[in-house]
Design a protein around this ligand. Structure first.
Ligand code: GTP
Ligand code: NA
Ligand code: MG
Length: 440
């Protein structure tokens, strides 16, 4: 048994500072490279525990606990689509999420979306209340938030408290108890708010230490893996480079080797194929000069890897990916079963189309939890069959198509489009209201 690094996803509304925060964490970590450096993965950045210890040193007299995990693996493909592609059976491969909120703006549409998806996939999350350097009168500096807080004027402290209070009440409306991290007694019940500045680096020691602490306290069972078992992962993205499709995969369990037989889900069904090429990214310090990939013979979880197979063009982003050893029929059964709960067709209900498995699953789950039936859940553009299916619905409230992030087309049945899940659902509720009014 080995304990792998927890997988941490950074989420949040556009421009609230996700990328800047990750950049700052990377830079801070690279600056501490004498302590063990940092490892670059495909679509992920690994910060080893020695580096976290080093960064957190100034606050270790306040937050005392032993760190046992080997590090943190941050997924740096932010945005809700990439995040919902991190799905795996019954959950998400993200062990924890950091939801970045501009403290001066508060909760915005994509923040709500991010929190909704965390709820759906049962991913615990921490709030990074970012851009505290912009608070009137605040004097931000790199390092500990707690220590820097003491130096602020009463007015600046009050301005911060007001903003935190505002976040707490907004989160309460979304169904979550929350508080600033140092006032929390039970982290299972209360969402932690960590004030940070991605610009100055203030609060990063607290954010990293708290993330590591919570992950190892509440997720250790989930992090125990057998590093020689057949690899399990999910396809984060399908990328085309010089005419060749590569699969960027996050491996969350076991091992994958060049030459291995693997299975994943394609546009037309399950695919069994062989790993022809396996790549890792070069370490971060080198990647700054020239982005490059190193061919490797094997990779162990948790890791971000790039895979080349003859069937890559047919792969579906968000699909599970399994290494097959003596268990081909079992794995195929598993993939079919898993997919059939997401992509399916029944008699009565709405037609739902989405661009990825993760978003489709999230939408269908929310609809079902509201007692709304789904007659067809599918991936990709809207087809004639989808329209016929919607037209054939007896109940008027089901004679409509919900389309997430797919191209608009001419249709005799109404189609509701959006690329934010909860807005799509709001629009459908609006549609239902209009139906009611027409009846009056
Ligand atoms: P998307 O990926 O487009 O959703 O945005 P993002 O959340 O990754 O935000 P990004 O990191 O691109 O930051 C958006 C802008 O906010 C940039 O101009 C950053 O320089 C700025 N910014 C981010 N964090 C901070 C901060 O802590 N303080 C200040 N003053 N500016 C910040
Ligand atoms: Na941005
Ligand atoms: Mg960004």
């Amino acid at each position: 048994m080995k304990i792998r690094q927890p997988i941490i996803t950074i989420l949040g509304h556009v421009d609230h500072g996700k990328t800047t925060l990750l950049d700052k964490i990377r830079k801070t970590a690279v600056a501490q490279k004498e302590a063990g450096g940092i490892t670059q993965h495909i679509g992920a950045t690994e910060v080893p525990i020695e580096v976290i210890e080093k960064i957190a040193e100034p606050i270790r007299d306040i937050l005392k606990f032993e760190l046992k995990i080997p590090g943190l693996l941050f997924i740096d493909t932010p945005g809700h689509e990439a995040f919902s592609n991190l799905r795996k059976r019954g959950g998400s491969i993200a062990d924890l999420a950091i939801v970045v909120i501009d403290i001066n703006e508060g909760i915005m549409p994509q923040t709500k979306e991010a929190i909704e998806i965390c709820k759906q996939f049962r991913v615990p999350f921490i709030i990074a209340a970012n851009k505290i350097d912009k608070i009137p009168g605040w004097e931000s500096r790199e390092g500990s938030f707690i220590k820097n807080y003491q130096r602020q004027s009463d007015r600046a402290k009050q301005e911060l408290e007001n903003r935190v209070y505002n976040l707490v009440s907004q989160l309460y409306e979304l169904g979550f108890e929350s508080d600033i991290f140092f006032r929390i007694e039970d982290f299972r019940k209360t969402v932690a708010i960590v004030p940070v500045s991605a610009k100055t680096g203030e609060g990063i020691p607290e954010l990293l230490l708290l993330t590591a602490g919570l992950a190892q306290r509440f997720l250790t069972k989930k992090l125990e893996i057998d590093e020689n078992s057949p690899g399990k992962g999910v396809i984060l993205e399908k990328k085309k480079d010089k005419g060749i499709y590569y699969l960027d995969v996050i491996l969350y369990d076991g091992v994958i080797r060049k030459g291995d037989t693997i299975a994943f889900y394609g546009i037309e069904g399950p695919i069994i194929t062989k790993v022809r090429g396996l790549f890792k990214a070069k370490p971060l310090t080198e990647i700054r000069e020239k982005s490059n990939f190193i061919p490797v013979n094997e990779a162990h979880a948790a890791a971000g890897i790039r895979i080349l197979t003859p069937e890559n063009d047919k792969a579906l982003a968000g699909s599970p990916l399994y290494v097959i050893r003596n268990n081909q029929s079992k794995i195929l059964e598993q993939i079919k079963e898993e997919i059939s709960s997401i992509v399916f067709e029944e008699k009565e209900g709405l037609v739902v189309k989405a661009d990825t498995l993760g978003t489709l699953e999230a939408i269908v789950n929310i609809l079902k939890s509201k007692g709304i039936k789904v007659s067809k859940a599918g991936i990709g553009e809207i087809t004639k069959e989808d329209i016929i299916k919607a037209q054939s619905q007896k109940d008027e409230k089901y004679r409509v198509i919900l389309a997430f992030n797919v191209s608009p087309i001419e249709s005799p049945v109404p189609i509701i489009y959006d690329n934010v899940i909860y807005r799509l659902l709001e629009k459908y509720e609006e549609f239902l209201k209009q139906l009611e009014e027409q009846k009056k």
